[in-house]
Write a protein that binds this ligand. Structure first.
Ligand code: HEC
Ligand code: HEC
Length: 200
């Protein structure tokens, strides 16, 4: 074969590839996770999810103000460290000054994680004070959840700060169900249509 034939064949292959890509493109965007819309199953799953989100292990980092909360009664953090722009504290009171990469042993010692911080000032992701319908809508709103699509939201069940809730350090109660049960309810809620409970 002549060299020019190869060039033409090559170009044809590239075009075919591009066509296949453009056909697949939009289809690939449909969330493969969406099993089947089912508002009853979705709402039931969210009600379970909500009990975890509102438990102190989660809510203490998702306060309505700019100071984290502490303890099983979610009182304001002693010495009032502030959120700061990036959620990591302000100049003299950085979270990581006290919160180490792992839990500090002992009662009333700071829990630890390499990423220990609050959501940033421009995306506060507040749980405290939100009703179940409010929180369900907020969590799936990309403008309020840090631009997370369905896939990212599902993956967030295994985020290290979420997992930290089940490794809270001495003397702190665990969230009201296991991480596996939470992950199942969270995934079910999202893959059945992410319906919010009715009401305000
Ligand atoms: C040490 C503080 C901390 C703890 C504890 C914590 N979070 Fe978060 N959470 C964050 C930060 C910071 C972000 C923002 C990170 C991001 O967007 O990737 C976040 C984001 C989220 C989001 C995504 C944003 C949204 O509103 O949709 C969810 C969901 C979430 N957390 C759930 C939980 C759950 C469930 C627990 C408890 C099991 C928990 N968090 C415990 C700090 C924390
Ligand atoms: C001066 C030290 C110090 C600084 C700075 C600090 N913390 Fe703490 N933090 C602690 C201690 C100590 C505890 C444990 C208190 C207890 O259990 O009585 C704690 C507990 C917490 C808890 C409660 C955990 C739970 O599961 O109930 C959260 C949430 C928290 N801190 C977030 C933060 C964030 C976010 C920052 C930065 C904005 C921060 N802290 C800055 C010392 C500090």
């Amino acid at each position: 074969m002549k060299k020019s034939t190869f060039v033409v064949l090559g170009m044809l292959l590239i075009m075919l590839g591009m066509m296949a890509f453009s056909l697949n493109g939009p289809r690939a965007k449909v969330p493969v996770y969406l099993v089947k819309k089912d508002s009853a199953a979705s709402v039931a799953a969210f009600k379970q999810v909500y009990t975890v989100l509102m438990s102190p292990r989660c809510m203490n980092c998702h306060p309505s103000g700019n100071v984290p909360l502490q303890g099983d009664d979610s009182h304001p953090h002693t010495m009032l460290p502030k959120r700061g722009v990036d959620g990591k504290g302000v100049y003299a009171m950085k979270c990581m000054n006290c919160h180490q990469p792992t839990n500090t042993p002992g009662l009333h010692m700071p829990p630890g994680n390499p990423k220990w911080h609050l959501p940033p000032a421009n995306m506060k992701m507040v749980f405290q004070g939100r009703t179940a319908p409010q929180l369900a809508k907020q969590l799936i709103d990309p403008k309020q959840n840090g631009n997370k699509d369905l896939q990212k939201l599902i993956a967030h069940a295994d985020d290290e700060l979420v997992l930290a809730g089940w490794n809270p350090g001495e003397g702190r109660t665990l969230p009201p169900m296991s991480h596996a049960a939470f992950k199942k309810a969270w995934t079910t809620w999202l893959t059945t249509g992410a319906f919010a409970p009715s009401g305000k």
